[in-house]
Design a protein around this ligand. Sequence first.
Ligand code: SF4
Length: 285
Amino acid sequence: MRSLTKPEWLRVRLPSGDTWNTVGGILEKYRLHTVCDEAHCPNKGECWGLGTATFMLMGDVCTRGCRFCAVSTGREGRPLRHDEGDGIARAAEELKLRYLVLTSVDRDDLPDRGAGHFAACIRAIKERLPAIKVETLTPDYTEGEFAPIAEAGLQVAAHNVETVRSLQGVRDSRASFDKSLATLRAAKALGVPRTKSSLLLGLGETKDEVLAAMDELRNADVDILVLGQYLQPSLKQIPVAEYITPEQFGDYGRAGRERGFSSVVSAPLARTSYHALEAWDGTLP
Ligand code: SF4
């Protein structure tokens, strides 16, 4: 397929400034990975410039191979670091974060798929920073797997359906729309106050399919919706089928709010953790 020309509204802010360098230095000091780097997030210039980043647990090798994702894949992930939670807590303290987003690679090679490590990291973070608010963006954990994470104390449990039902084949074959809905329902059943899910648009979906996905997410009691443009990270991933205009994102945002989501982040460069604090506390512009 011929690649489309990237429209001007997708130009991103280049990384620069003291805060950017401070964030990079702190992450290096504690040997931490971020999804900002590993997924080639287009908002890195903005987020790091504002002194925030999204930590990625359990190394930089994912055991799944979604066709849109830039994170490295392998049959086995990296050995777990038992000081990872403490390192994140120290980094968050130095960055003066009030709200922290933790994500991870998929770890199908571990007996609990990494859920226990997620929970241990949250506990270590809260031990050092008891007032911090935590959001997780996890793999498709079952209710049993998610239970220790919910018990560790969260504000928001995010898990992404990634795209509409008809295009779920772009995800790893072990993932599905229904499994993702089950994870989101499980988090609510375990008492997490809010859940959140994202779709990447521009993969070939129709407007009706996006609206139907919104309806299914609301029926699963999801509170926060994020819609952003898919950007092909490198030639190894699937090409962009369509660039969705900012006006279309605006229309989707209104459709989401009409459906009762408490927050909707719908913009070309929106990503799950983009303005996560504001999406949680309802102060989005
Ligand atoms: S949107 Fe999230 S992943 Fe992207 S740079 Fe910002 S904090 Fe990192």
